[in-house]
Write a protein that binds this ligand. Structure first.
Ligand code: GLA
Length: 732
């Protein structure tokens, strides 16, 4: 891994044994993108990749009319000179001009990777793991300085990028757009993949062939959202899960975002990602700076599984932090679907007690433990225990759960308030609201103005005290509505463009303070399920509740879709009751377990209501997960058969040394008298013998011949029925 600078040609080559990223200084003095892709040998000069030509209607440089930025690939495109494609940033000068064209000023090559204060970011554990290039550009007219940061990692086909703006001039400048990354590609033969959905059906892969014009997704909801995720893939048309070229771009950020690919009429593609420019503006007084979030760029020649595996390992090892980052996650029991808010200490202890009997390690008390919170119309914001339900307080209940030998976890939703709450009655000005306009409600609640110091201090004090008193081991941090009427009462009119970003920075800050105080606390982030499941949150909370939809068939799709961008160890997945509360569907408890294993695993039902047979199955599932969770949560995950294209789903996890694997397949609806069908396994050692289901197979035969998943009719309704699934352990 190295960053090579060729002084004569003024070119930079960021390379490791998998990828190359080459930057050259263009004739107008700004950095241009010469190559990004699979590693190529270093060369002193690749200026032949800079285009010079005359075209009708083309605009060129004043003194070199054959050089147009529009015909070249740029590193961080501005708007308004000779390139009129969409820009990565825009700065408004005090004279009203949007034109800017900063040029290369200097550069620095550092070992390792600097932190981004206040923002989530990839990190290194020792400085030999990565190198960082800081390219400083200066605009000679308005004084704006822009530092483009590029980190190349030794062990990953990954470049991470971010941008720092500094007003080095004498007048106020307003940043109106500041994306984190822009990548100009020489062609547009790509299929764009986005991960879209809504509450309860998060992260469905959507494929679109790129063509002239703009393909874009984003969020203006104040959080990354379930509708679209800040992660996109460009794959070649013939790329599949196992082979072919693809590149992925992800934003390490949880607020508003824009992901966009613009194909121009010459067939090139500009791919970019960052904070959504709508409703964003940031005034910089002389000397002030602004840091964008970080974006990750990953390249693979090994298909979509290769791309996902890179992100899984990178996020697990160099984004998630702290005590829990690579520890097997505790098997939990959550009371939400069992009781909703209707519980007493006695009923909770009864559920927890049964959990203990099943081998559960962590009991989580969900919504309803505080204030007058008997339903979702009231109490939110009043983070004081409801003594009618829990006479001994949180500490009393926690002590009893701890006494049973389990960890104790608690639900909170710090960012929100019900109008019917003591908090709102005392501080109606603490919410985000547009002056003189109605305050929209979502789930009967409003969003607190997290940018205010007084709000932050109140929340910090309440959370800190509750965690301390109850010796809480786990926090489920929920966020159940989108931001509307985004206006902060304490800010001047020209500062309102900062609110969305400062909101999310304040959420990060609150997490950071609590992590600092309680380093062994396990956080699970949640936003009505997967409405804020993004790389930014993984820096603070190593796991996120994947979806409020706990139906096993639905979950197959959600977990499959989520796995494109996120490690399975980061996705909360529970066995819940049947008929399922979201779909009304009945699935065998085995299949509910077989899906939930491929995540953090837990239960969300009243175990007392199960039949003896079902309870025995629960005990088996807990024992199975205890035995295999290190392999499942830490191994290499392969998607094998997509539930989005057929009646079946299959995936597997292989240990790093390829000696063990767990393979799972699921069939939604039963077909009568089907043909025989096999699924080919992946990632095994071809010459190794693996024991599975009482016989031995070579890895090679399992990968080339496959495992039979439908056979002749068995006449056994258990095997032929709907929602059938199997999990097979391979021991080599
Ligand atoms: C959200 C969460 C659920 C549950 C409820 C409680 O919907 O996603 O898991 O915690 O809130 O109100």
């Amino acid at each position: 891994m190295d960053i090579i600078y060729h002084a004569e040609s003024r070119q930079f080559h960021l390379t490791n044994d998998q990828v190359s990223y080459i930057i050259g200084i263009l004739p107008n003095g700004e950095p241009g993108q010469l190559y990004f892709g699979a590693r190529i040998p270093d060369s002193k000069d690749r200026s032949y990749l800079i285009n010079r030509e005359f075209r009708a209607m083309m605009v060129g440089m004043p003194d070199q009319e054959d050089f147009s930025l529009e015909m070249n690939r740029r590193e961080y495109p501005s708007f308004g000179t000779s390139d009129l494609r969409l820009p990565a940033y825009e700065v408004l000068s005090s004279n009203g001009s949007h034109v800017s064209c900063p040029v290369y000023d200097s550069h620095e090559i550092l070992k390792g990777k600097p932190d981004l204060p206040g923002l989530p970011a990839l990190y290194t554990e020792d400085e030999e793991e990565a190198k960082t290039l800081l390219l400083t550009l200066k605009d000679p007219v308005n004084g704006m300085e822009i530092v483009l940061s590029y980190t190349i990692f030794r062990d990953y086909p990954v470049i991470s990028r971010s941008v720092f703006f500094k007003n080095g001039g004498k007048e106020e400048l307003r940043i109106e757009r500041a994306l984190s990354i822009s990548l100009d590609l020489p062609d547009h033969d790509y299929v764009w993949m986005q991960f879209s959905g809504a509450w309860g059906r998060e992260k469905t892969p959507v494929h679109k062939k790129l063509s002239e014009g703009v393909t874009a997704i984003g969020s203006l909801r104040g959080h990354s959202s379930a509708n679209h995720n800040p992660f996109v893939i460009l794959r070649r048309e013939n790329t599949d899960e196992f082979q072919g070229e693809a590149l992925g771009m992800a934003l390490i950020y949880s607020g508003n975002f824009l992901a966009q690919a613009e194909v121009d009429t010459y067939g090139t593609t500009r791919l970019m990602l960052g904070i959504h420019p709508d409703r964003f503006s940031w005034i910089l007084k002389p000397g002030e700076g602004f840091q964008t979030p970080e974006a990750v760029l990953v390249h693979t020649a090994a298909g979509l599984n290769g791309l996902s595996q890179t992100l899984h390992s990178l996020y697990r090892k160099r984004l998630s932090r702290g005590y829990w980052k690579e520890r097997p996650r505790p098997i939990l029991l959550n009371n939400w679907e069992a009781t909703l808010m209707d519980f007493t200490e006695e009923s909770i202890l009864k559920i927890a007690g049964k959990g203990k009997e099943a081998g559960i390690e962590l009991f989580v008390l969900d919504d309803g433990w505080f204030g007058a919170r008997d339903d979702d119309t009231k109490g939110l914001g009043d983070w004081y225990v409801n003594k009618a339900k829990l006479p001994g307080g949180i500490e009393g209940l926690a002590e009893k759960i701890h006494g049973m030998g389990m960890k104790f976890g608690l639900w909170v939703e710090p960012e929100m308030v019900n109008p019917d709450s003591d908090l709102y009655r005392a501080h109606p000005d603490w919410v985000l609201a547009a002056p003189g306009r109605p305050r929209s409600l979502g789930r009967h609640q409003m969003v607190l103005d997290m940018t205010r110091e007084d709000v932050q201090e109140y929340l910090y004090e309440r959370l800190h005290a509750t965690i301390l008193e109850g010796k809480i081991d786990y926090i489920k941090w929920d966020m159940n509505r989108t931001i509307s009427e985004c206006f902060s009462a304490l800010k001047a009119p020209e500062e309102q463009g900062k609110v969305y970003h400062q909101y999310i920075l304040a959420v990060y800050r609150l997490y950071e303070r609590l992590i600092g105080d309680f380093p062994e606390l396990l956080f699970e982030s949640c936003a009505s399920g997967g409405s804020r499941l993004d790389a930014g949150m993984l820096y603070y909370a190593p796991q996120a509740w994947g979806s409020d939809d706990t139906d096993a068939v639905e979950r197959m799709r959600i977990q499959y879709g989520t796995s494109y961008g996120y490690p399975i160890s980061s996705v909360g997945s529970h066995v819940s009751e049947c008929p399922n509360q979201q779909t009304g569907r009945n699935c065998p408890i085995t299949t509910r377990g077989n899906v939930a294993y491929f995540g953090t695993f837990g239960f969300e039902l009243d175990l007392n209501k199960l039949t003896d047979e079902e309870f025995e199955e629960v005990k088996k599932q807990v024992a199975f997960m205890k035995q295999y969770r290190e392999l499942i949560q830490g191994g290499r995950f392969y998607r094998l058969a997509s539930p989005f294209t057929g009646n079946q789903c299959a995936w597997m996890v292989v240990s790093e040394d390829r000696s063990r694997a767990v393979f799972a397949f699921y069939r939604s609806l039963c077909r009568v008298n089907p043909g025989r069908k096999r699924v080919k396994l992946a990632g095994l050692d071809a010459d190794r013998l693996y024991k599975a289901e009482g016989r031995e197979y070579y890895g090679g035969e399992l990968m080339e011949i496959g495992w039979e998943v439908t056979s002749a009719p068995s006449w056994d309704p258990e095997k032929d029925g709907d929602f059938y699934s199997r999990v097979i352990v391979l021991e080599g």
